[in-house]
Design a protein around this ligand. Sequence first.
Ligand SMILES: [Zn+2]
Length: 101
Amino acid sequence: MKWLKNIVTACFGGLAGLSLNCKAAVRLQSEALEHQLSFRQRLGLRLHLLLCVWCRRYGKQIAFIHHAAHSHPDEMTKIVPQQLSSEARERLRQKIRAESK
Ligand SMILES: [Zn+2]
């Protein structure tokens, strides 16, 4: 009967260890984008996501950002000029002067 106890403990006793808090769920969702999680991590994450709307929403958002970044890698490395045009600078000067009066 020891084998039965071991099976029951493995199935039901182990479930308590699967419960995640939101902090752990967020971390695992980020890790899942980079590499495959273990079966136990995936199961724990799935259980948490069934119950937590906030982490489900977070997961959708980071998946969207991850997909967008990998879909346009050339645009992510493109250097964007950090200088304002002379017209934009003048508009800002006028706005600042007007508000400081
Ligand atoms: Zn959560």
